[in-house]
Design a protein around this ligand. Structure first.
Ligand code: TRP
Length: 342
């Protein structure tokens, strides 16, 4: 018997420059998954989602280029997966509007992302709890649902913070199937509890919102300089050190085999000095990243080539989205009048 299709889909919002934490936590595992033969994979740049944050246009354009180049340089093979830019697939936006017709406003009211901004507003002395909240932010889960349902994704790898959005996608899909007819596949979130969470320069979780990130592709010199800046305690060389809770160790571990990690634990117990440890970490990371970094630079120098790759991905994606949207429109009664019985 034919196995049910496994369709994996994930989107990356184009609002920043990828850092080491993104790489270890999301990019590297996604690329490993994309090499599986039994899975149909879709990866896309969620550029319309960036409207939910009011960033300036140049930042968004630059981020789109950098994220596309990062995924390609890190080894995503556009011949094996469908890699595209959301804004190249107009059917997704059309579907988002259609889905908004079966999305209860009350469901959106319960969105954590929206409620967090309302709570901030209420905590400040602002008199408007909806201050700074655009419809793009409020309706973000509807667009995300359209991204997912358009390609009949069965599995959606996301961070834990996105779990609620997947529940909303299922609710909206089920509601549409109930109101109209069986049309959409209900997606499941794939949340990897074991993915590496890296600490950043100051020891807190590496995150753009803390301003403590180490960008993934920096020149070797700048990269080395940042590694040297990672905060440590003031133990001297020769004094035994605790690897758990050590930022340098947590980063090393995310890039090392279990054997290498065990060997480093021994060096900590023996009292490796922080200067030596930082040099060791730099060399270890640089050995893995130097090749992809060179490829990244080649790609950035040739944005027209990236555009071409995305255009090929969009053509493939639209060969699915165009006919599917025609079916969906028919289901809701948006039909050619010529076909109606007189
Ligand atoms: N909202 C996701 C994030 O911020 C990005 C995203 C947009 C996405 N559309 C998606 C992820 C569809 C998975 C599927 O991380």
């Amino acid at each position: 018997m034919k196995q049910p299709r496994h369709v994996s889909l994930t989107g990356i919002t184009t609002t920043g420059t990828p850092h080491l934490g993104n790489y270890a936590g999301a990019i590297r595992p996604a690329i490993a998954a994309s090499r599986r033969d039994d899975v149909d994979s879709f990866y896309f740049l969620a550029d319309y989602h960036s409207l939910a944050k009011n960033l300036d246009p140049d930042t968004i354009a630059r981020s789109t280029l950098e994220i596309a180049a990062t995924w390609l340089a890190a080894g995503l093979d556009p011949a094996r997966v469908t890699l595209y830019r959301q804004s190249d697939i107009p059917e997704i936006l059309e579907l988002a509007w259609i889905l908004s017709g079966v999305t209860a406003k009350g469901l959106m009211n319960r969105s954590h992302a929206y409620k967090a901004v309302v709570a901030d507003n209420e905590a400040s002395d602002s008199r408007d709890p909806d201050k700074g909240i655009s419809m793009a932010l409020f309706g973000y889960p509807v667009l995300m649902t359209a991204d997912i349902l358009m390609f009949k994704a069965t599995h959606v790898p996301v961070g834990r913070d996105q779990k609620q959005h997947l529940e909303m996608a299922r609710d909206i899909a089920a509601r549409f199937n109930h109101v109209y007819r069986e049309t959409f596949v209900l997606p499941e979130p794939v949340i990897d509890e074991h993915t590496a969470v890296l600490a950043g320069l100051d020891g807190r979780k590496m995150s753009k919102s803390y301003g403590n990130t180490i960008p993934l592709f920096l020149s070797e010199k700048k990269f080395r300089k940042l590694i040297m800046k990672i905060k440590t305690n003031s133990l001297e060389p020769g004094e035994p050190k605790d690897p758990d809770g050590c930022t340098l160790f947590s980063i090393y571990r995310a890039f090392a085999t279990p054997e290498q990690t065990a060997a480093l634990r021994v060096r900590y117990a023996e009292g490796i000095g922080w200067g030596e440890m930082k040099q060791l970490l730099f060399e270890h990371l640089d050995a893995e990243l130097a090749g992809p970094r060179a490829e990244y630079e080649r790609l950035l120098a040739n944005p027209a080539r990236i555009e071409e790759i995305l255009a090929e991905g969009a053509a493939r994606a639209r060969s699915i989205s165009r006919p599917f949207l025609a079916e969906i429109r028919d289901a809701i009664g948006i039909r050619s009048l010529a076909g109606l019985a007189p």
